[in-house]
Design a protein around this ligand. Structure first.
Ligand SMILES: Cc1ncc(COP(=O)(O)O)c(C=O)c1O
Length: 431
């Protein structure tokens, strides 16, 4: 993928900071990375792979953690950047470093300003608070959105904002007629809330990392403009969307007023998210962040960890997408045919799939994947624990991230095939 996804200012920085030619010898995961054209000698990968601990466990058990991209650990380069930030910053306040991170983000998003916040949940809540400032304001949000399902209803309990849901279609979009039907038209009659905001999620987590089509976003924005509403994007994984669509993030974000994007998922930073939007929105967001206790003092160390992935690691996400696809293809090819997966839906780093065998539930499958089975070490040469989660709609979800190499993906495939054949053998034996 070309570096065109960056604005010229960021591209300049990439060119000046990014290329570290290393004289170090290649280490374990590097050969696999080199095979896919990714230079892990840059030190982004967490090369130390987790191994099962415990006195009675064999030493040769590999763990592949596909539960979530929040499991990504900072690699050596990021750790170094954090140490350097501590050493360079006398007072450890890091205001300049945070300013720089915010400027880089605003530039990448082509928005006027940006703000560093501790979490995506807080970033979304701040956006809701700023967009919906009057008592009785309402937002339209996807019925399967993270904002609606997994953020404890913070928009209601803290911001006092009423939500109405639009149905998330399997690709994460809405039916536009249904969306329009959710807009209230009766303000200032006293009976109804006042529509203020439409929230979209890109990529869509529950729907399996789906990328919202640019045409859909354009239509949502046109609708919002027609009724004087704002559009906020929960873009925790908007960089995955940009990489998948091969466009700069700003091409996506031109259709939204504001965005929250996460530094600590596929981008691998330990903490933090960014909120971006118009300058007056960000001024208000600063006030909300303070009220929510989200202003972090001495944040230079975190800003250093956030800057690195924005400048140098966005394109790396493509590797996660490729690994996810490889795994999904292996699910389809698995003999016995135990799995159903819609390949067209595997667009980024998340694979959602179903088990075709009613007697094997998603949680039992996950349990089998996550423990070393009988005869496994003899059959596979080592024990492999692959951690996945049972998910919405009786599915299983697996997520690729910084810590999962092509080699780990192959281990996950071996394990999946082992579990499938073991299950079938048991079935045949009538166990
Ligand atoms: C789509 C989406 N939005 C928001 C969040 C919340 O981010 P955080 O965990 O940083 O609060 C997540 C977390 O996984 C997410 O997947």
């Amino acid at each position: 993928m070309s570096l065109k996804i960056f604005s010229s200012r960021v591209l300049w920085k990439v060119l000046n900071h990014g290329v570290v030619t290393s004289s170090k010898p290649l280490r374990a995961g590097d050969a696999a990375a080199a095979a896919v054209g990714w230079r892990s000698v840059w030190g982004y990968h967490n090369i130390e792979k987790p191994r099962s601990q415990g006195p009675d466990r064999a030493a040769n058990i590999r763990v592949v953690d596909l539960r979530s991209d929040v499991m990504a650990q900072p690699g050596p380069a990021m750790r170094q950047a954090m140490v350097k930030a501590v050493l360079e910053d006398d007072l450890m306040r890091g205001e300049e470093a945070v300013d720089e991170l915010e400027n880089i983000t605003a530039d990448m998003c082509q928005m006027e300003a940006a703000l560093f916040v501790p979490s995506g949940t807080m970033g979304n809540l701040i956006a809701v608070m700023v967009h919906c400032r009057e008592r009785g304001d309402e937002m339209i949000v996807g019925d399967r959105s993270h904002l609606h399902i997994y953020e404890q209803g913070g928009s209601a309990q803290i911001a006092g904002v009423h939500s109405v849901t639009a149905t998330n279609l399997p690709d994460g979009t809405f039916d536009l007629d249904q969306l329009e039907s959710k807009i209230r038209h009766d303000y200032p009659k006293p009976y109804y809330p006042r529509s203020r905001l439409i929230c979209v999620e890109n990529t869509h987590n529950i729907q399996g990392g789906r990328v919202l089509p640019l045409t859909f976003l354009q239509e949502v924005r046109a609708l919002a403009d027609r009724y004087g509403l704002s559009v906020h994007m929960d873009g925790a994984r908007v960089m995955n969307a940009a990489v998948a669509q091969r466009v700069p993030p700003s091409t996506i974000l031109q259709h939204t007023h504001t965005v929250m994007l996460s530094l600590c998922k596929g981008l691998g930073s330990p903490v933090g998210c960014m909120v971006a939007g118009p300058r007056d929105f960000i001024s208000q967001a600063v006030r909300c962040r303070k009220a929510l206790g989200g202003e972090i003092l001495k944040a230079g160390i975190l800003a250093a960890a956030g800057k690195l992935p924005l400048l140098e690691m966005v394109e790396r996400l493509e590797e996660d997408h490729r690994n996810a696809k490889t795994f999904a293809e292996a699910l389809l090819d698995c003999d016995p045919p135990l799995f159903a997966v819609d390949m067209a839906a595997v667009e980024t780093n998340i694979v959602r799939f179903h088990l075709q065998e009613p007697s094997l539930s998603p949680s039992e499958f996950c349990a089998r994947m996550g423990q070393v089975g009988e005869g496994e070490e003899a059959a596979l040469g080592q024990g492999i624990e692959v951690l996945m989660l049972s998910h919405f709609g009786n599915s299983v979800r697996a997520v690729w991230h910084l810590g999962i190499s092509p080699e780990d993906t192959q281990l996950a495939i071996q394990k999946m095939q082992f579990v499938a054949s073991q299950f079938l053998e048991e079935k045949v034996r009538g166990q």
